[in-house]
Write a protein that binds this ligand. Structure first.
Ligand SMILES: Nc1ncnc2c1ncn2[C@@H]1O[C@H](COP(=O)(O)OP(=O)(O)OP(=O)(O)O)[C@@H](O)[C@H]1O
Ligand SMILES: [Mg+2]
Length: 325
């Protein structure tokens, strides 16, 4: 394996009975970078991370973490990695400091070193004031920070973060991003799973989009955004009958874009919001009245719509229910 790659995955597969949760995934993460794994609920993100962290055995395929095979060399892999799970792995009854000290002791640190490391991390994560409070009294954001601190006690070179900011408010999310950037600046390699395009865009050097266990796109944030448009424009004509004409107009004026007609509206990824005035003028000239003309940051859902022509699973499932009402 190339020494530049901290993580190398080939054909990694996990089956649960008939369900293929992770389906022949190939990917690599260069040392000292962030690899973002972007996917909706049930895409296979946690299943993949659990295999890489040696908590679950692959059905097929191989992966190397820090040069070690995740099955054959599981103890070596464990000594190199830190894992922050989607569901916080801290003991509610222990204080913040006790949680970190306990992990240090488990890792074989002498009592004094474990205590010093706990204090250091609490300070770094802005939790010193809460060091002696039971973790159950922490807010969601404090808990996430403690959980991240817990995964860093052993100074891992490679860190797996499974949806580290789900459920956090925008400020707490921004703070956690800063912490991750700091770790990467110090040379840590991070594999981060997320449901937020914006998060992958903010942190990742390389993004892999997965759906139903499969890779559906890979690239740098810039490459992906130019494929899907960093922003999404939604246009809905007042008269449904004008939808096809409107689509043709968008396709003709902006041949690089790939407009999709869906739910009575046109959705198109755009990179250059300079097209907005031109398009607005076109629509006015043709007398097309609109109920919606909205430019916003692309969500994961829109990434999916652009890449696969369908929305994420959760939405696909929601639609028949809607229709049945
Ligand atoms: N232990 C298990 N036994 C059976 N099926 C499982 C098991 N773990 C996960 N699955 C299934 O595998 C698929 C992938 O699940 P996984 O938890 O990896 O998704 P995810 O991308 O992490 O989703 P989320 O964003 O909701 O956390 C899902 O269909 C899930 O129901
Ligand atoms: Mg998950």
């Amino acid at each position: 394996m190339s020494t530049d790659n901290a993580i190398e995955i080939e054909g990694l597969t996990k089956r649960f009975g008939d369900l293929v949760a992770v389906d022949r995934i190939d990917l690599t993460a260069r040392a000292g970078t962030v690899l973002g794994v972007l996917g909706p609920n049930g895409a296979g993100k946690t299943t993949m991370v659990r295999m890489l962290a040696t908590l679950s055995r692959p059905t097929a395929g191989t992966a190397r973490v820090g040069g070690y095979d995740i099955v054959r060399d599981a103890p070596e892999v464990r000594s190199l990695i830190g894992l922050t799970g989607q569901f916080a792995g801290i003991d509610e009854l222990l204080t913040g400091e006790e949680n970190l000290r306990f992990i240090g002791r488990l890792l074989g640190m002498p009592t004094r070193d474990a205590k010093a490391r706990a204090r250091e991390l609490l300070a770094q994560f802005n939790l010193s004031d809460a060091a002696d409070k039971a973790a159950k009294a922490y807010s969601g954001g404090m808990r996430r920070r403690l959980d991240l601190a817990a995964s860093l006690v052993g100074r891992p070179r490679i860190l797996f973060l499974d949806e580290p900011t789900t459920g956090l408010d925008p400020r707490a999310r921004g703070e956690l991003w800063e912490l991750v950037r700091g770790l990467v600046a110090d040379g840590t390699t991070v594999l981060l799973t997320t449901q937020y395009l914006e998060e992958a865009d903010q942190l990742a050097h390389e993004i892999v989009v997965i759906d139903q266990g499969r890779t559906i796109a890979t690239g740098t944030p810039t490459q992906l955004k130019s494929k899907i448009g960093g922003q999404t424009l939604r246009i809905q004509p007042e008269d449904h009958g004008q939808l096809d004409g409107l689509r043709a107009l968008v396709a003709e004026r902006f041949p690089d874009l790939d407009p999709i007609v869906e739910a009575g509206a046109i959705t198109v990824g755009v990179n250059d919001d300079g097209i907005m005035p031109t398009l607005a003028a076109d629509l006015r000239d043709r007398g097309i009245a609109l109920t919606e003309f909205h430019l916003g940051l692309s969500s994961l859902d829109e990434v999916f719509l652009t890449l696969t022509g369908h929305r994420t699973e959760a939405d696909d499932e929601a639609q028949p229910e809607e229709a049945a009402k």
